[in-house]
Design a protein around this ligand. Structure first.
Ligand code: BES
Ligand code: ZN
Length: 466
């Protein structure tokens, strides 16, 4: 809580000055000063939040990457479910299917006995083929007119048409594999865009390697290629969302509205995902624990999504499969994704269009109350708030910016997590949600001490002995 301790020292300095002038201990707020250090409503949430709980949950989840549809992601699903249940929630595990692709684990290319180091194209199928090489230019339909590539491996240059079109064109002429070489320096890190039954194993090599092969073929040499792509696999995959709902405390006071607090529990391959996004998931769990016994008049849904890293698949499934009427009842989506990195910048509240909405307004108000200045509003997609926003629901992503250098790397580990950042975000989001969902919100509230600062007791004491 760097900001808070900074505030304390500023407050102490102000106190000493004010004290010597013998003015009352209440001062008018200025930018940079918390305005409700002792707001009793915020305190009901803040007093319950324990950053150690969030930290320990991150530590547990980050023991292994949690790639969508792997046993490790499913173990995280079961862990999140168990934690929600331990707080007393009924939990729904929502299963969904999608068409997925697993990259090959082995790619080998040998030409006339000499081994090259090719790269696979994303969405290449597996295959183990050995055949004479035939050069067919850029593999356009025009160039392939009248060609027969039956039982051959095609050698093709990058350019003019897409990688996928080249693969399909040569396959339709009978080729059993394809090698695409670059038309500029450097490697090709390419994709065929989507799975297609017509594809044959497809790899890339450099421009220099390709030109050398073209020269050999032009000179009439026989060039035989042996291409092995193993472990690539396309097909239906299963993943899960975990949903725990806190219904309004008193049915008679039910506003009929729903607030969603979300995160994704999956990670990218090779990344333990301590910050991306065990942090958001652990914070959703902690806020579910905090809210369990707080009286509220608005439903709060705590949700962790699967398969975010593959394209927001879990959250898109959730939003597009909401029961009739639910979409109209959801008034807000608070999405936590990367909320605890020691090495990232400050908290930014991002909406898809960069415009304020209910979520940013509640959160900027709570951050102003807590930290003396509102957290910054920004613009970003790239996380699970997007399907909510696209469905017309006020939604925002809570993230620190700029990103830490460990993003999507094996270094995204627990030692980079800051308990102070966790506490700060959990307080801002928790009090913002409580501000809307608390029991008495629908009736005019007692005026709160929003425009007065009550200094901490200890400072009051120091000031009063002047
Ligand atoms: N945790 C990131 C979110 C993010 C948002 C990162 C904004 C950087 C900037 C998220 O898990 C992620 O990596 N998203 C993907 C896109 C997604 C649609 C697959 C990304 O940003 O590459
Ligand atoms: Zn993420």
């Amino acid at each position: 809580m760097g900001k808070k301790s900074k505030f304390l020292s500023i407050a102490l300095a102000i106190t000493l000055v004010i004290g010597s002038l013998s003015v009352p201990v209440f001062a008018h707020p200025t930018k940079g000063q918390p305005q409700s250090m002792d707001n009793p409503l915020d305190k009901k949430v803040i007093n319950k939040i324990d950053a150690d709980n969030i930290y320990n949950t991150i530590d547990y989840l980050q023991q292994t990457p949690r790639v969508a549809s792997t046993p490790e992601e499913y173990a995280a699903v079961q862990y999140v479910k168990g934690q929600f249940e331990s707080y007393g929630y009924d939990v729904e595990v929502q299963e969904f299917e999608y068409f997925g692709y697993t990259a090959p684990h082995t790619i080998e290319l040998t030409i006339n006995g000499e081994s090259l180091n090719p790269l696979p194209f994303t969405y290449t199928p597996s295959g183990d083929v050995q055949a004479p090489l035939q050069y067919v230019g850029q593999g356009t339909e025009a160039e392939l007119e009248g060609e027969d590539l039956t039982g051959k491996i095609a050698l093709v240059q990058r350019g003019t048409n897409s990688f996928a079109e080249k693969v399909i064109n040569v396959a339709e002429k009978g080729a059993i594999g394809i090698i695409i070489f670059n038309n500029a320096a450097g490697a090709i890190n390419g994709t065929l865009g989507a799975v297609d039954d017509r594809y044959v194993p497809a790899v890339s090599i450099t421009q220099a390697q390709g030109s050398e092969l073209v020269t050999k073929l032009h000179n009439g040499e026989t060039v035989t290629a042996s291409l092995r792509v193993l472990g690539a696999d396309a097909g239906l995959r299963t993943s899960h969302n975990v949903i725990a709902s806190k219904k309004p405390t008193n049915k008679k006071k039910d506003t009929g509205k729903v607030i969603t607090l979300t995160s994704h529990h999956d990670s990218v391959p090779g990344a333990p995902g301590a910050n991306d996004n065990a942090s958001g998931t652990a914070m959703v769990l902690e806020l579910a624990r905090v809210f369990k016994n707080l009286p509220t008049d608005t439903e709060i849904r705590f949700i962790t999504f699967g398969a975010e890293e593959l394209g927001l698949i879990g959250s898109s499934h959730y939003v597009s499969n909401l029961p009739e009427g639910d979409l109209d009842r959801i008034v807000a989506n608070f999405n936590l994704d990367m909320v605890g990195s020691r090495d990232a910048g400050e908290l930014v509240i991002n909406t898809v269009d960069g415009q304020p909405n209910l979520v940013t307004e509640l959160s900027q108000a709570s951050s102003l109350r807590l930290n003396g200045e509102p957290s910054r509003l920004g613009r970003s997609g790239s996380s699970d708030h997007v399907p909510f926003a696209e469905a017309g629901i006020p939604a925002a992503l809570f993230i620190h910016s700029p990103l830490e250098p460990w993003y999507h790397t094996p270094e995204d580990t627990i030692d980079k997590i800051s308990k102070e950042k966790l506490q700060d975000v959990a307080e801002i989001v928790g009090t913002a949600i409580y501000d809307f969902a608390r029991f008495d919100n629908q009736t005019p509230k007692q005026p709160q001490k929003h425009n007065k600062i009550k200094l901490p007791k200890q400072m009051y004491f120091e000031e009063s002995i002047q």
